[in-house]
Structure formats: structure tokens, C-alpha cells
Design a protein around this ligand. Sequence first.
Ligand code: FE2
Length: 295
Amino acid sequence: MLKCFDESCDATLMDRQPFMFQHKLLGHPALSMDNLRRAIAALPSDHVKYSKGLLKNGDDFETASVQHRNGLSLEETIESIRTSDSYIMVRSPQVDESFGSVFRDLSADVLTLLRQQMGDRPGLLIAPRLYLFIASPNSHTPFHIDRNSTMLMQFRGSKEMVIFPALEPKVVTEADREAYAAYANTKLPWSPDKDAFAQRFDFRPGHGLHIPFMAGHYVRNGSEDVSISMSIIFNTPRSQAQLNALKFNHQLRSVMRPMGLGPSSVGQVDWRDSAKSNVWRAQMRIRRSLGLVDD
Ligand SMILES: [Fe+2]
């Protein structure tokens, strides 16, 4: 029995295709505007990013808080969110006690779903974290991909969620996906013809939505109200191996390109992704031991 998601949440589809479900957290006190105002102000400043809300596809979502400042303080942004054309993203609000129990319940639900899909074995749920998204009416979150899987829940306002197949090269080329995974280039090329591949979801309070690992997406917030959403993001052993394999491929591609060659695709053969991941991790261990990287 899941505590936060309803029974329409189909575990067999996770990381295979996007799907909607209902969540049971509507009215949770942690998500009230009063608590959000208090908790966000109390969080370490590096947990909170905010920017203009009306961005466009082709903008770099990951650097928006630097490149598209809204000219307001965080307090002013929260107070004027209905009218200030702003977007606030909060990382790991669970460090505030008001989000502690909901984080534990969501993590338990995701683990239950992963066990239903993959069987009960240790280490299925990797690095679960919460995110909060608070956006002015009509905000637009530009096309981007995430390095994790997502269960997104809507609490106030509406969104059109536009989601693309995870591995479609006509949406994101393999080279662009690898560079994105490696943080080498987070500005993804966009052209409207990619919309032909999209699935669109009308997302309203009480709705939940699964966004598979590496599935590109953009978001249009409704015009009628401020939008408040929360997600739990996570990796699995498979998505973690794919992520490392993408970083490995990024490195390998630059070596192979002068020879007119490219690395084998990620996401096709699990053992090959795992082998690349193991090489990548070994290499990172060596670089860390030599003091060449921080993490
Ligand atoms: Fe996202």
C-alpha cells in the first residue's frame, strides 16, 4: 500500500514511458504558502535558485538563475510571485523538518515501486531528493533533460507538461545528451519540429506524473494561478550506470571523432553500459586520489 501515490501508479512503466497518476498529498501543510515562505527563507542559500519565469526553449535552464535574474531579492520574489514573472526552484527542502516525514514517505513509495518492477534486492533507490517549484502564472521552463528519474506532483495552479522519448536522437543527439550528462554543455539545441515527438499532459492539483530518466521535457504554467509543484528525484542502479556511461562516451567521443568514429549508444545493452560505468568510476577514483577532481 503506497502512502503518497494512488494505485494507478504503474511500476512496470517506470523509466520506460511517462505516465500520470494521482497523489495523496494535496493539502499537506508543508506545501502551504505560509510554510513555503518560512522554510525557503530558513534553508541554506545554495538550496534556492530563482530567475525570470518567462524563458523559452533553447535557453539554458541550468544557468537561468545567473543569466536570467529577475532583479528581486528572494523575499520579494516570493511575496510577488503572482505578478513578478518569476520561477523559484528549491533543492532538498527535506533538510527543513516540515518536509522530513513527507520525504521519508515518498522515498518509501518509490522504493516499493522499484521493488515491484525489479524485485527485492539491495541498493535499488539511489540518492532520492525532493525539489520544489514555485512559478508565476504563464512561466515557461525551457526544454531540458534531468540526470535522474522524477515523480512530479502538482499542488496549486496548472501546467502543460511536454515530455519527449528519452533516447530519440532527433530530439537530443547522442553527442548532446552525453555532453549534458557530463555538465560539459547544458544548453540544448531546440527547434519546433521536435514537438512532433512530444507527449503532452494537462497537469493539475492532485495529479502526479512520472518523467523517465533522461526524457527531455519543457513546462508551460497556466495563466490562472501561481503553480506549486514538488518532485522526488532518484536514480536506480540502471540509470546510474547509464549516466556514468554517457559521461564515459562524452570523453571517448572526443578521442574517436578525429578518426571519424563514435562510441556505441547508451541505453541499448545493459551489460555494456555497466562496463562503461565501471571504467568511468575507476577512472574517477584515480583522479580523486590524485586530487584532480573534488567529488
Ligand atoms: Fe526537469
